[in-house]
Ligand binder design. Sequence first.
Ligand SMILES: Nc1ncnc2c1ncn2[C@@H]1O[C@H](COP(=O)(O)OP(=O)(O)OP(=O)(O)O)[C@@H](O)[C@H]1O
Length: 594
Amino acid sequence: MFQNYRLIWGVLQGVERKRFLTLIALSVLMAAFEMGGVAAIFPFLALVGDPSLIAERGEFARLAEMTGIEDAKRFTAMIGLGVLCVLLLGMGFRALGSYAQTKFAMMRGRSIARRLLALHLHRPYDWHLGRTSVDLSQSLLSEVDLVVQQSILPAIMLLTNVVVALLIAAVLFVANPTVAATATALLGFVYGLVILILRRPLKEAGAKRVEHNQARFRHVSEIGEGIKELKASGREKEALEGFRGPAKGMAEAHTSAIVLGQLPKFALEAVIYGGFVTLVLTSYATGNAALAQLMPLFGLFGVASLKLFPALQQIFADISLLRFSHDALKRVHRQLNDDTPSRTHLAEQRLRLKRDLRAEGVGYRFTGAIRPAVSDLSISIPAGSSLGIVGGTGAGKSTLLDILLGLLPTQGRVLVDGVPLNEGKLGAWQQNIGYVPQAIFLSDDTVAANIAFGVPEQDIDPNRVRRVAQLAQIHEHIVTNLPKGYASQVGEGGALLSGGQRQRIGLARALYHDPDVLVLDEATSALDGPTEQAVMNSIRGLSGLKTVIMIAHRLPTVRACDQIIMLEQGRIVARGSYDELLETNADFGKLASA
Ligand SMILES: Nc1ncnc2c1ncn2[C@@H]1O[C@H](COP(=O)(O)OP(=O)(O)OP(=O)(O)O)[C@@H](O)[C@H]1O
């Protein structure tokens, strides 16, 4: 449990930690108010039991003299009112405190999720390779909520309730040390025993919850991604069955946590009320004291147990939640404190390409790969020219592209106008690149918003959107076939657009920010012959204005490129113009005729 506090401390940041400490101080104050209310009951009940105390007890006498209320009934009523005020004040203060605590915890849900997302976005590209987005969505959408509601909030509440319980116990000790000591020993024993018995099953339920939740997220995400294959092969039933196990496991883990958390309630109830009855009966049977004399004590214990019992109950519930959420907290803590370097400074100004882009001896080997995907490769691309990259599958084309984009760390150097690209310049360089991947991601938004991707709606320039759509040969389709033109919704994942149309939206998107460098990673492979030709003509129209780097499987696609390189096993095996390569390289000739 102390580990939970350590982990929470690690999850919080500078100002959050200060607020956390302030809330704990507030908890102590809340507890003091709570105790004040309980302590005030004792003299009040004593007075009700024996009005002569007004004259006998100094503090009552002084108060009666100060207020001028000598009449016993009126004096008792005044004290009762005072006690009520203290109790109400305590409750009001506690309500305010609870609001502050809950708000603090809930706001952490927002800040922790945002930090997780920011860390994820700023991790280097090679860190993302081999990782799925399931991890992120599970942490952001599920584990953070659990951490907030079942770790941070209970951690604060636990401290409040422990202080409340201790202070109320202290009042009871002052009132009657013997009874209080017996009750404490009894409660402590029962309580300790229950915690000891339940801690392991609670922790196990928490670990199982994380595991099943992960499986649930993975399964749903796989269904989303593979829905076409699933439906086409009629495997809906299996997909549904696959969800059953983790969903059931998750429900069972939560059930265990809730039931185990409630078990001690009954044990405590038995001890508290059983103890109270025993106390009354013993006093009555032994005739040790008149019932009237014991009244204040019973009243005190009654009110104390009204306060003490929920506090003890809450303490156990908080401990249960902390144990249950331990694994989720550990996971979020690990993700927030993962020391993979992040690049958080986004450049404001783009790094323009005026002379040339050069790669000198670049290379990259994927983790676990036997040989490098690209090795010792050098190339020079004059600004405004076009480069076509061809080669068989696995030749290293995409890896070379990723190196030039600054996405992968490389041996050798990449130079922009003779200046080596380093960590500090990557953001500025990437802002100057328009990238069109093989598969375009479309958000469930309008066509215009998808072209000006990431630009807030009010800042979208409709003229620019139209211009780049014309360049990408998609304008005619948008204005003639879509119901609301540029304001039409594309449907989730671009469901209303064909593969070729999606690709052209992607091209328009890459052109929207008017980058100096246009990178196409098999971007036209989904287009039919005439459309590809039209798009390639548009790209050719950019000749001299933009530097174009493209990967293509079909050789006609790169026909008009100023320079073509052919890769094999990560190395350049031929370079030149299309016609030069056709003449000098037999493999290229074979590929062209194929
Ligand atoms: N994330 C990865 N992890 C490990 N190895 C990888 C990874 N991505 C690519 N590779 C390996 O690196 C080599 C080059 O891959 P790359 O994707 O650059 O080739 P490519 O020429 O673009 O292939 P294709 O035309 O099939 O897309 C291949 O052997 C591939 O298996």
